[in-house]
Structures are given as structure tokens and as C-alpha cells.
Design a protein around this ligand. Structure first.
Ligand code: PMP
Length: 389
């Protein structure tokens, strides 16, 4: 009955699309143990190093001591601790919105919010390169889904000309695109949304803690606060914890509490996770140099790769995509780097479009100049060995 599994697995391996798990035995820091070996990590989303910041760790430990390890229920039953509401209010303050709601992951936030806001009679319009959790949220909603070419406002306007045949319309975009590192043109998106009476939602998973004066994300970066843009994001990347959130008006949050199924039917996040996210927001506010250090590290690495002759996409985030194209070559580059102690996994289809396999390099504020120089030397050696330079 399930013989097809071995055949499917064989095909994945034949096409260099098979994925296996790496075993990490240490914190998500620049130097850690991967598959039993000390390596320099250049692919973590722990952009500011907060997952092992002493104050963030101390907050998690204190929370376990006081409240234990699990919440014991869903938010609407017995799992709603004071902590959860405090964090939601803290996120709303950070994002400049009336309220916020936390989900167990960013993935679940996207599923929950999109499927709650639109249904069969509605239209949802999504950027071609949006994250898989947005794609799945759109599918789950049963709304009509239309895809516009990446960041292409003319294509979006073309699709919006059909908007009047639908009850509601939701435009959804990544703020910072997870595999390309570029930013969505929010001001233009907002104008089009206004013009066509559409709701605009931005996924700031990779912008939170990275973009904007206070690190509040793309809405702050473009100065679009108070415009009613729905801001979704994660606690799992620059904030070094776990969970997702949606920030917006009180009505929106009240509605989601009642309608977002991934919020309603899942056990609330555990106390240490909530406490560490709260502490991370404090650190972000009190230690702005971390964000500056991250930016400086990105600039240094990006310029280094360009000087070596690699094809890197321009970036304003913590993500530097090094384009290889062929998935087999991308895998070979990643393997050669790993042999030299530098860890950057290859990103291949279906995560990225066919023919655009790449190494997704991410920087952390905690990388030193020495780490960066060591990695650049390894990229040069590996690039030459594989004929990429
Ligand atoms: N949105 C984007 C743009 C992401 O990159 C990710 C995580 N890779 C998510 C949502 C999901 O967030 P989480 O990992 O917290 O589930």
C-alpha cells in the first residue's frame, strides 16, 4: 500500500532535493556544535543573539520556577496566565497598535488570521514569494487566491481590478522576504489597498527586531503606524523565543480570539517561552546597539562576498541570499563549507523556485569580525574548488 514512499524518497535523492536533519548540540550562537563538530553558524534566525542573552535566559528560568513548564490548557479554557496577556499588551505597545494576540507559532498565526478574515465569498491576493505559512493560510481560508508577481505593484493593481466581484479582499505580503531578504513596498501596497477597499496584512517575521528605529518592523520602517495595517510576526527569530503574534485594532484581536481556530484549539505557550519573549522585548529597547551591530555585520559580509565575485542579492535585512541556481551545486557548496567548519544549508525547491537554489546566509549581532573573515575565506576556497568563482 505505501510502496510509493520508497520511490518518492528515491526520486528526491536523485534530484538532490532530499532533506535530512542536522543535529545541533549547543545554543544557536555563532560557535556551536553541529553533527558532533564545532562549527561557525551562519544560518540562524537568532539575529540579535537574544536566545542566549543572560537576561532572557534568566527570565525563562524564573518563569519555570514560579509557573512551571506547561500552561495546561488552551487560552480560552485554563491556559490563559497573566503572563500571556502581559505579553500581548507589551507587543501592542511595541507595534503601536491597540492590542495583540499571540499564537503558538508564526505558522499558526498566519493560518489563523487569514482563515478567520476571509472565506468562500472573498478574494485574497498574495505575493509570489510569500512564506509557506501564508500560502497554507490562503488555501485553508477557501477564498479565491490570486498571486501577484514578486513586489510588482502593476500586477497587483491588475488583479485588484476584479476586486468588486468579491465581498472582502485581503492583500498579504511578507515584510522582509524570508529567502530573498528584500523588503515589500508597503507604502504602495497601502495605497492600493486603500483605493480598492482591501485589508492589508504584513508578515514581519524577519523584520521584527531588525527594521525600524526601535526594531518594530516594516510598518515602523516606512512610518505607516496608525494606518490599520495588520501586523503579524514571530517571537521565534530576532526575539529568540517561540510563538507568533498579530497586532492591530481591539476589534480585530477580539474577533481573532473568537474565530482563529489555530488560537482556539491549541494549548497556550508555556510560561518560560512567554517570559523570555517579554525579556527579549526589554533587551531590544535597552540595547539598541545590538541592532546596529547586526547591520554592520551584514554590510561587512555582503561586501566581502561581492568582492570575492559571488552573486549575492542586495539586502536591507539580516538575510544574504547567495545565488547558485542548480540545486546540486548549491548542495556541493554547502558541503564544502561544512567541511571547513562553516554551516550554511542549501535552500532548494520547493522552498525556492526551480533554478534559484541558493545559500541563505544570515548574520547575527554576536558574530565577530574574526568569524566573518573565517567564513569569507572558506567561501573563497569552496567557490574556487567548485568553479563558482
Ligand atoms: N513567516 C515567515 C516569513 C517565516 O519566515 C516564518 C518562519 N520561517 C514564519 C512565518 C513562521 O514562523 P514560526 O517559525 O514562528 O512558525
Amino acid at each position: 500500500m505505501i510502496d510509493f514512499l520508497s520511490e518518492e524518497l528515491r526520486l528526491m535523492k536523485e534530484h538532490h532535493l532530499y532533506r535530512s536533519l542536522y543535529l545541533i548540540d549547543g545554543p544557536s550562537e555563532p560557535k556551536t556544535i553541529i553533527n558532533g563538530r564545532e562549527m561557525l553558524l551562519f544560518s540562524s534566525n537568532n539575529y540579535l543573539g537574544l536566545a542566549s542573552h543572560p537576561r532572557v535566559k534568566a527570565a525563562a528560568i524564573a518563569a519555570v520556577k514560579r509557573w512551571g513548564t506547561g500552561s495546561g490548557g488552551s487560552r480560552l479554557t485554563t491556559g490563559n496566565f497573566n503572563l500571556h496577556r502581559q505579553l500581548e499588551k507589551r507587543i501592542a505597545r511595541f507595534k503601536g497598535t491597540e492590542d495583540a494576540i499571540i499564537f503558538n507559532t508564526g505558522y499558526m498565526a498566519n493560518l489563523g488570521v487569514i482563515s478567520a478574515l476571509v472565506g468562500r465569498e472573498d478574494l485574497v491576493i498574495s505575493d509570489q514569494l510569500n512564506h509557506a505559512s501564508i500560502v497554507d493560510g490562503c488555501r485553508l481560508s477557501r477564498a479565491t487566491v490570486r498571486i501577484y508577481r514578486h513586489n510588482d505593484m502593476l500586477d497587483l493593481a491588475r488583479i485588484l481590478s476584479d476586486r468588486t466581484s468579491f465581498r472582502r479582499c485581503l492583500i498579504v505580503t511578507d515584510g522582509v522576504f524570508s529567502m530573498d531578504g528584500d523588503i515589500a513596498p508597503l507604502p504602495q501596497l497601502f495605497e492600493l489597498a486603500q483605493e480598492h477597499q482591501a485589508i492589508l496584512m504584513v508578515d514581519d517575521a524577519h523584520a521584527t527586531g531588525v527594521l525600524g528605529d526601535r526594531g518594530a518592523g516594516t510598518v515602523e520602517y516606512f512610518g505607516l503606524e496608525k494606518r490599520g495595517i495588520i501586523q503579524m510576526g514571530t517571537l521565534s527569530k530576532a526575539l529568540g523565543s517561540e510563538g507568533g503574534y498579530v497586532a492591530g485594532t481591539s476589534n480585530l484581536i477580539d474577533f481573532l480570539r473568537n474565530r482563529a481556530r489555530s488560537f482556539i484549539y491549541s494549548t497556550a505557550l508555556s510560561p518560560p517561552v512567554i517570559a523570555s519573549a517579554m525579556a527579549a522585548l526589554e533587551v531590544l529597547e535597552n540595547e539598541p546597539h545590538l541592532k546596529e551591530q547586526l547591520k554592520a555585520n551584514v554590510r561587512l559580509f555582503y561586501q566581502g562576498l561581492k568582492d570575492l565575485g559571488f552573486e549575492v542579492l542586495p539586502t536591507q535585512s539580516a538575510i544574504i541570499p547567495l545565488m547558485v541556481g542548480d540545486s546540486c551545486k548549491a548542495l556541493a557548496l554547502s558541503t564544502a563549507l561544512a567541511e571547513m567548519g562553516v554551516f550554511v544549508p542549501a535552500i532548494r525547491p520547493p522552498t525556492v523556485p526551480e533554478g534559484t537554489s541558493r545559500l541563505r546566509i544570515t548574520l547575527m549581532a554576536t558574530h565577530t569580525r574574526d568569524h566573518i573573515q573565517f567564513a569569507l575565506d572558506a567561501f573563497q576556497k569552496a567557490g574556487k574548488k567548485l568553479g563558482l568563482l
